[in-house]
Write a protein that binds this ligand. Structure first.
Ligand code: ADP
Ligand code: MG
Length: 423
């Protein structure tokens, strides 16, 4: 892949970002002056981009710049810097449909491939909160509502056909990122020749070999890959793991939508559920003498149930609140026919979400990119026990995805495997 670099693009450093920001009145006003007093740090901990944290006398801001390659791999893996344009467009769209749930955008510069945005504070990355064992009382409601609004309101269920196609067209160019997702999630983990795959060795060797020769598991991954490639249901975030969610005691925000495109709703729902389940299975590895994490594990499962319940209620509520173009005008939105349509669609979403959750879990256990939930467990044998349980659960979710009656049954399946794990 050759990466096109716009005229004027230069990779920023903590030194040059000061000058770049000083030229933008809209940003200098947020920080207060003079520029020499700004405290600047590069805080990117993701796989992909540069993220600068700036604090001045009047306040703070974040500058995110995309690089022409994947940060965690290096220049050997070129990657389109135009992805920042899709992140920008997605942040604007998400702010419109789900106000207050994404960082406010204050500046965008396509040539420099950067966004200036609201600095979330004292928020931390949800994944880190889950590793520490922190409970977030408002998370289920706020994230469930975000999912309902961002998915429903960008879909054919809310938009006219021309509106939906126009919105979809704005994100169709994010194709290189879609192709990468397809590779690293659905096929890469099962490819013995993919050089960057890794897992806890030798403990998981036999589990990995078993998975790679498991016809049901591979067929399920192929089916999900096809759904990912063909469904255009809603403008999805595309990478909604617990590292793309920032939280404090009262507030939940969704960041980092650079993978956004019109895809299957179940992919975002499954990303959230799968990553919460990874957190669940990792908990025994974070237990201490004073905190066994047993209650916390249950809190995570309950969070998944409450989150889905809120999502479902809001999603159906939005649908019921308007006349659906899917039904003839004579059929009212609170009729039995309409209610049956809502219920069937939500069941189908649960099946997709369950399958995608399994796929997302597997790729974090045996693929290229791993998660802190497990990486923070120092003892390899303990880590491997947690990972093996997560892997077993993920396979089960993916293969049986259409067989779960409701979210409670999904969580029960995880709990059954988790109970074994702590014995
Ligand atoms: P990447 O695309 O490289 O994954 P992210 O958008 O996930 O980058 O940002 C990397 C890190 O920077 C996040 O994990 C978070 O710690 C921090 N960060 C990003 N955006 C913000 C923000 N708006 N406010 C505060 N911190 C942020
Ligand atoms: Mg990220």
């Amino acid at each position: 892949m050759t990466i096109h670099l716009p005229d004027g693009y230069a990779i920023l450093t903590t030194a040059t970002v000061r000058d770049a920001v000083a030229k933008v009145p809209n940003l200098t006003a947020r920080l207060g002056g003079p520029a020499s007093t700004w405290e600047i740090r590069e805080i990117g901990d993701g796989n992909m981009n540069l993220v600068f944290d700036l604090v001045g006398p009047a306040g703070g801001l974040i500058v995110k710049q995309s690089l022409p390659y994947i940060r965690s791999v290096g220049e050997s893996w070129p990657f389109p810097i135009g992805r920042i344009g899709f992140e920008h467009a997605a942040l604007i769209e998400q702010a419109r449909v789900a106000p207050g749930r994404v960082p406010a955008v204050w500046h965008y510069d396509g040539a420099m491939a950067l966004i200036g945005m609201e600095r979330l504070s004292p928020h931390i990355i949800l994944r880190k909160g889950l590793v520490r064992g922190i409970r977030y009382p408002r998370l289920a409601d706020q994230l469930g509502a975000f999912l309902a609004r961002s998915l429903f309101l960008t879909s054919d269920l809310a938009l006219s056909t021309p509106e939906k196609k126009a919105l979809m067209a704005r994100f169709a160019g994010n194709a290189e990122l879609c192709a990468t997702t397809e590779d690293v999630i659905f096929t890469g983990p099962y490819d013995a020749a993919a050089p960057l795959n890794r897992w806890t060795r030798p403990h998981l060797d036999s589990a990995v070999a078993a998975l790679r020769s498991d016809a049901d598991a591979i067929a399920a991954a192929a089916e999900l890959k096809l759904v990912f490639r063909t469904a255009t249901e809603a403008l999805i975030h595309g990478d909604l793991h617990t590292g793309s969610i920032m939280v404090d005691a009262d507030d939940t925000r969704v960041i980092d939508p650079e993978w956004a495109f019109h895809g299957p709703m179940g992919f975002d729902l499954g990303a959230v559920i799968g990553n919460l389940l990874l957190a669940y299975f990792s908990q025994p590895g974070h237990a201490t003498a004073t905190d066994d994490r047993v209650g916390y594990r249950e809190w995570i499962l309950d969070l998944i149930v409450r989150l889905w319940t809120r999502f479902e209620a809001d999603f159906i509520g939005l649908w019921r609140g308007r006349r659906s173009e899917l039904l003839p005008p004579s059929v009212p939105p609170d009729s039995e026919v309409a209610e049956r349509m809502y219920a069937r669609r939500v069941s189908a979403l649960l099946a997709d979400a369950t399958g995608f959750a399994g796929a997302k879990m597997i790729r974090r256990l045996i693929g290229i990119s791993h998660v802190e939930d497990f990486e923070a467990i120092a003892d390899p044998a303990t880590r491997a026990r947690c990972e093996a349980a997560a892997l077993a659960c993920a396979r089960d979710l993916r293969v049986r995805r259409a067989g779960f009656r409701d979210i409670g049954a999904v969580v029960d399946a995880a709990r059954a495997i988790g109970a074994d794990q702590s014995r």
